[in-house]
Design a protein around this ligand. Sequence first.
Ligand SMILES: NC(=O)C1=CN([C@@H]2O[C@H](COP(=O)(O)OP(=O)(O)OC[C@H]3O[C@@H](n4cnc5c(N)ncnc54)[C@H](O)[C@@H]3O)[C@@H](O)[C@H]2O)C=CC1
Ligand SMILES: C[N+](C)(C)CCCC(=O)O
Length: 424
Amino acid sequence: MERSRVLLEAARIIREQREEIATLETINNGKSIFEARVDIDISWQCLEYYAGLAGSLAGEHIQLPGGSFGYTRREPLGVCAGIGAWNYPFQVACWKAAPALACGNAMVFKPSPFTPLTVVRLAEIFTEAGVPKGLFNVVQGGAATGQFLCHHPDVAKISFTGSVPTGIKIMGMAAKGIKPVTLELGGKSPLIIFSDCALENAVNGALMANFLTQGEVCCNGTRVFVERKILDVFTKEVVKRTQKIKIGDPLLEDTRMGALINRPHLDRVQGFIKQAKEQGAEVLCGGDLYVPDDPKLKNGYYMQPCVLGNCTDDMTCVKEEIFGPVMSILPFDTEEEVVERANNTKFGLAGGVFTRDIQKAHRVVAALKAGMCFINNYNISPVELPFGGYKASGFGRENGRAAMEYYSQLKTVCVEMGDVESVF
Ligand SMILES: NC(=O)C1=CN([C@@H]2O[C@H](COP(=O)(O)OP(=O)(O)OC[C@H]3O[C@@H](n4cnc5c(N)ncnc54)[C@H](O)[C@@H]3O)[C@@H](O)[C@H]2O)C=CC1
Ligand SMILES: C[N+](C)(C)CCCC(=O)O
């Protein structure tokens, strides 16, 4: 309950400073202030949720013959290292810190060097809220600092959010020290739109699935499978809505898409679009750089959100994670076919389905090989629900009760109430 009170106080301070932290996050990452506010709300909700769970940590009591019994204790792991990506800097830190601290661990968190700012604010807030000195620490740096943390003998667990290639390295380093890892890696998630969907919701869902945070979202539903019967009407509507997305200064109230993280990443995303065209995809809208009128923004890393038509499953834009505002539309004819194609990927982070047929909805998500599935919505993040991947998208879960498992270990105590019956 003491941990709970401290986490609740930290959540209260975050709520109180919402506007200031959201502004800092916008400067940190380039996402719109409108979205940054949502991120900050999800962050304090996460702290409140684990504050609620902190007091519920408990083991089991198990009866054994002759009055003997056993019990289990849920104990902390020790010092946990958190390594974050740059797309949701404050939120990722909260998703890791809240369950770690609720379970009684310490945490050393390393943000991405591209977004060093807001997690420092989080550390200050924790201190202000009463987290003991040294319990939550931030170290800045890149790959070398991350490696140092992973190899450090005093680090008991590593929770990593980032790319698959780095995830492989993290797991290798953890293996050397037999340390448990949580890996939240990339994705190329399917979003399946059946012709019996509520069209406006499906269009909104496709935009939510592709264009939050300039498309730099791991669980994005970037392979949008559309039943052929509604392909034209759906595509027309999606393109119309995509063209209306207000791009520009992320600190302006009405902006809905800010700047990508940096120049090399922008170039990489542009490279995917160029390659898509060469492979026969059709740019239905966007894809070009965007130069705002405001002269002070003319060197910003802006681009127009892009919808690709005429896509096939073998194209690079359909197979690889782009991590930018690029949606690929793929027609399909039958449920069986679309499930097979949806699962035909090395990733397994998320998936979504839009249909009014409830049996079909549940049948399809049951068949999807992905950790986080949505029915008739996409990319919302209630902290009560566990989040994490299948296959190359990683393992372990963040959020929900499940995360408590990943920040604690179970001790079993066996208690003898009789005499020792020795075999010797
Ligand atoms: N599943 C999920 O929850 C999420 C996954 N991602 C994935 O992250 C990627 C984009 O993020 P990036 O920051 O570019 O990923 P990244 O893998 O390059 O870096 C992630 C973090 O790892 C650190 N790092 C890099 N090399 C390291 C090493 N050898 N040892 C230890 N630490 C190291 C970086 O400094 C950074 O803090 C995308 O692939 C995306 O899908 C991003 C956000 C959420
Ligand atoms: C908040 N949400 C669901 C849009 C994305 C969370 C996962 C990530 O860090 O990319």
